[in-house]
Write a protein of this length. Structure first.
Length: 129
């Protein structure tokens, strides 16, 4: 274990149906010593959050069941999750998509095609401080 690597008791829930991106994020977070759980759809994610709330959620918008925005609204309506950091990571890059997610309670928004994984990991580290 390198000096940079630190184990933490906080974890990140990655809500992502793209296996490649999910594995890439998990590998990058592993290098940082940040535990990750992956949920492939909104229903699984909601069950995971209620079972064991993560320190932060990385949330895709386009999911096989439900929308990431629906999950965002559901979580923000629940008192215990109103301050949970939720960062959207989506292929939707139109200004209206970004504005809509932020209005619904997203703390930050990253467009997949425009954002290197390292930048997402760095943003997560900042929110976990």
């Amino acid at each position: 274990m390198s000096a940079m690597k630190r184990k933490t008791n906080v974890d990140v829930l990655v809500v992502e149906d793209d296996d490649f991106l999910g594995r890439a994020l998990q590998a990058k977070f592993d290098l940082e010593g940040i535990p990750v759980r992956i949920a492939r759809d909104g229903d699984i994610a909601l069950a995971e959050v209620r079972r064991k709330p993560p320190a932060l959620i990385l949330l895709d918008i386009m999911l096989p069941t439900g929308s990431g925005l629906d999950l965002l609204v559901t979580l923000r309506a629940e008192k215990q999750f109103k301050d949970l950091p939720i960062l959207v990571v989506s292929n939707l890059g139109q200004q209206e998509d970004i504005q809509s997610a932020k209005e619904k309670g997203a703390n930050d928004y990253f467009v997949k095609a425009d954002t290197p994984i390292g930048n997402i990991v760095e943003a997560v580290r900042q929110y976990l401080k």
